[in-house]
Design a protein around this ligand. Structure first.
Ligand code: KE4
Length: 429
């Protein structure tokens, strides 16, 4: 039995499924998860000493690559000054100021410890600020595991959601309406039917939890108009896209394409923590004044704004804010998707890919899916065979066809070339 297998056996005795987050168990692709011993730059090494080119990047945070010297130094220095105080620190102000400077739609921000916590708090704030209960989310979007968001579409628009998880009583999701992503007609009908009772609409602007699906411009434009018209708050979940697809997040990409576009509330995570537990939600001062300790919407956290995590996040933001960072990252990411596309074409395999900044996705299909059921109709078996072919060749892709991929500033053109070479072999077989 390999060391990874032995570790997996041992892990499963003491941790459910042997993992602390389900996707890591490889159940979608089969096989034995790789237990990572260490990582540096664009690479990870497993417990058997095998090296992988890493396209997970901890599911987004490691945009600089692993162990960036400036980030490591900042974290080490912060750690010597104290791990956690449960009291305010200047560094939390610095990080809040940095986020607000980079994201014009935000006037104030609250730091928390995970994307789930940030999304959950954003919904409570939207409900408190509007005095309304109902919310819309979209099939295929994931916003963390807060109860109200573990929901699948009801039958038709009139009925509200049903829980996707045991342990979530139906009444907890009775106010959550699940619509089809990129479906303008459904959006119109939902607002006609429920507009005055909608607190918010939460959406991933580029849906990285169905691999890589962009909100179409007509859809995003109409969503903004309907939210404004009905007084519902537009909540952009940028946990994955924030500071990953562009310095100003996906909202800056859409603002460049839809004049005047901006969300009401933004949710961030992943990159802003640089790999440490840190997430955030932000909005206007006017909405934020509803939040404790100022207003009636309660929200709290022992490790919120943690001094070591904020040092990691700040050092990361300082690096990605440097001129040319995203141009170089986007070009490197595009070269990966183009290289994989060329390899698939030469192998006669239907393949389509897309990328924005340092985030990419691909499908074994002839056209880019526009919503969840189209994503799940793509060739899963081929994806799984490709995943393992690449893993055996030392390339670590996302172990599920509904997950996005991530390139870091540490990935070189040689790494991309090696990845494409591995893809040629995997696709040929
Ligand atoms: P966390 O609670 O996992 O920090 O964030 C939840 C979350 C919220 N919003 C979006 C758009 C997200 O992508 C996530 C978390 N993403 C998954 C990957 N698809 C994290 C990986 C995992 O669950 O282990």
């Amino acid at each position: 039995m390999s060391t990874n297998q032995a570790l997996f056996e041992r892990a499963q005795r003491v941790i459910p499924g042997g993992v602390n987050s389900p996707v890591r168990a490889f159940r979608a692709v089969g096989g034995t998860p790789r237990f990572i011993a260490r990582a540096h730059g664009a690479y990870m090494w497993d417990a058997e000493g095998r090296r992988y080119i890493d396209y997970i990047g901890s599911w987004g945070p490691m945009i600089l690559g692993h162990g960036h010297p400036a980030v490591l130094e900042a974290v080490q220095k912060a750690a010597t000054e104290g791990f956690s105080f449960g009291a305010p620190t200047e560094r939390e102000i610095e990080l809040a100021e940095a986020i607000i400077t980079l994201v014009p739609s935000i006037e104030q921000v609250r730091l928390v410890s995970s994307g789930t916590e940030a999304a959950m708090s954003a919904i409570r704030l939207a409900r408190g600020a509007t005095g309304r209960a109902k919310l819309i989310k979209f099939e295929g979007c994931y916003h963390g595991h807060a109860d109200a968001l573990l929901v699948k579409a009801g039958s038709g628009l009139a009925t509200f959601g049903h829980p996707t998880s045991a342990g979530v009583p139906p009444e907890v999701v009775q106010h959550t309406l699940v619509l089809e992503y990129n479906n303008v007609e459904q959006l119109e009908r939902a607002f006609d039917e429920h507009g005055p009772s909608l607190a918010c609409v939460m959406i991933e602007p580029i849906a990285g939890n169905m691999n890589f699906v962009r909100a179409s411009l007509p859809f995003m434009r109409r969503l903004r108009e309907l939210c404004t018209q009905h007084g519902a708050l537009l909540v952009l979940d940028e946990v994955m896209t924030g500071f990953r697809v562009a310095l100003g997040g996906a909202q800056s990409v859409y603002a460049g394409l839809i004049p005047g576009f901006r969300p009401d509330i933004s949710v961030f995570g992943k990159v802003i923590g640089g790999g440490m537990p840190l997430a955030a939600f932000g909005t206007t001062r006017d909405i934020m004044k509803q939040l404790a300790p100022l207003g009636p919407v309660y929200q709290a956290g022992t490790l919120s704004g943690n001094p070591v995590a904020t040092a990691c996040g700040l050092a990361t933001l300082r690096e990605i804010a440097k001129p040319g960072f995203y141009e170089a990252l986007a070009a490197r990411t595009r070269s990966l998707v183009e290289g994989l596309g060329n390899a698939a074409r030469d192998a006669g395999v239907p393949f389509v890919g897309d990328s924005e900044g340092g985030m990419f996705g691909f499908f074994f299909s002839d056209s880019l899916p526009q919503q969840y059921n189209a994503v799940m109709a793509t060739d899963k078996d081929r994806f799984n065979r490709f995943f393992h072919g690449m893993l055996d060749a030392g390339v670590y892709l996302a172990p599920a066809l509904y997950e996005a991929g991530f390139v870091s500033a540490a990935h070189t053109s040689d790494d991309i070339a090696a990845t494409v070479t591995a893809a040629r072999a995997a696709l040929a077989s």
